[in-house]
Design a protein around this ligand. Structure first.
Ligand SMILES: Cc1cc2nc3c(=O)[nH]c(=O)nc-3n(C[C@H](O)[C@H](O)[C@H](O)COP(=O)(O)O)c2cc1C
Length: 248
C-alpha cells in the first residue's frame, strides 16, 4: 500500500478524484477511493528519517513498537532511501489549477499519484515519526513527504461539516533528537515538535506524544539511550491503554 508513494508504481495506483468546495483552499479534492483496512489490527505508519539504525531516534522507535501489545500492521517509510512522488513545481501548479476547477486531463494525471499517497494517511491509526532535528526543525525529506501527502478534502478539511472529522483522535508519536536543549522561554526554540503536532493534528492525529531527546551533544550516549528507552516504554504503556479503550 505504502508503495504507492514510489514513482515506479504510479500506474498501479492511479485513480482520479474530483474537486469540491472547501474553505482553506476555497475547494478541496473529493476522495472516491477508500483503502480497505483490517480493523482487527492497529495500523501504524512509521516515518523513518533517522540518520542511521543506531541513532537514538531509531532506538526509541524500535522500543516503542516492540512494546505495543495490540496486533499491529506497521508500514515503514524509509525517507532517506525510498523514492517518493517527485513533487515539483508542476505538481503545485496543477494542484492550484485543479482546485480552481481549471485543471486539464494532464493536470489530473500528474496529480493522481499525489492523491493516492494522501489517501494512505486516512487508513492509519497511529503515525510514529523518528527524526533528528535539523536547523531547529525537521529534515527536508520529512517536509517533502508532508508536502506530498497533506491534501485538502482527502485527509483534511477545515469546514465544520467535514466527513473527515471521524478521523480525529488518532495518535501521533514524535521521537526526535537534538544536540542542544530547548527549555521553555529560551530565545532559541524548537520548531520541530510544534510543527509536527500542528500539521498532523490537521489530518486528525490529535493525540500527541513527543519523546524529545535533547542535549545529545553534551550527554553521554549511554545516558541518552537509557533515557530514550525509559520514555519509549512509558509512551507504549500510555498508548496501550488508549488502544485498548478505543477502536484505533
Ligand atoms: C544537518 C544537521 C543539522 C542539525 N541541526 C541541529 C539543530 O538545529 N539543533 C540541534 O539541537 N541539533 C542539531 N543537529 C544535531 C542532531 O539533532 C544530532 O545529530 C542528533 O541529536 C543525533 O541524534 P541521533 O542519535 O538520533 O542521530 C543537527 C545535525 C545535523 C546532521
Amino acid at each position: 500500500m505504502i508503495k504507492c508513494l514510489v514513482q515506479s508504481r504510479f500506474t498501479r495506483c492511479l485513480s482520479w478524484t474530483g474537486v469540491r468546495r472547501q474553505s482553506m483552499f476555497k475547494s478541496g479534492f473529493e476522495h472516491l477511493q477508500h483503502i480497505k483496512k483490517d480493523d482487527s489490527k492497529t495500523h501504524i505508519l512509521y516515518l523513518n528519517a533517522a540518520h542511521s539504525p543506531t541513532s537514538l531516534v531509531s532506538h526509541g522507535a524500535r522500543i516503542l513498537l516492540e512494546n505495543l501489545q495490540r496486533e499491529k500492521a506497521v508500514e515503514e517509510v524509509k525517507l532517506w532511501t525510498e523514492q517518493l512522488v517527485p513533487y515539483k513545481i508542476d505538481h503545485a501548479l496543477s494542484k492550484l489549477k485543479l482546485l480552481r476547477g481549471e485543471g486539464t486531463d494532464e493536470d489530473k494525471d500528474r496529480f493522481a499519484p499525489v492523491l493516492t499517497a494522501a489517501e494512505i494517511i486516512n487508513s492509519m491509526d497511529v503515525v510514529v515519526v523518528a527524526t533528528p532535528m535539523w536547523n531547529y526543525t525537521i529534515p527536508y525529506v520529512l517536509k517533502q513527504y508532508i508536502d506530498i501527502v497533506v491534501q485538502p478534502g482527502i485527509n483534511f478539511n477545515d469546514s465544520s461539516d467535514s466527513s473527515l472529522t471521524k478521523n480525529s483522535g488518532r495518535i501521533l508519536v514524535v521521537i526526535s533528537s537534538a544536540g542542544a536543549e530547548y527549555g521553555p522561554g529560551e530565545e532559541i526554540q524548537d520548531f520541530l515538535n510544534p510543527y509536527l503536532k500542528q500539521v498532523f493534528a490537521l489530518m486528525g492525529f490529535t493525540r500527541f506524544f513527543p519523546i524529545f531527546i535533547q542535549g545529545t551533544a553534551s550527554r553521554s550516549k549511554t545516558d541518552c539511550l537509557e533515557w530514550t528507552e525509559k520514555e519509549a516504554k512509558k509512551c507504549a504503556t500510555e498508548l496501550n491503554k488508549i488502544l485498548e479503550a478505543t477502536s484505533l
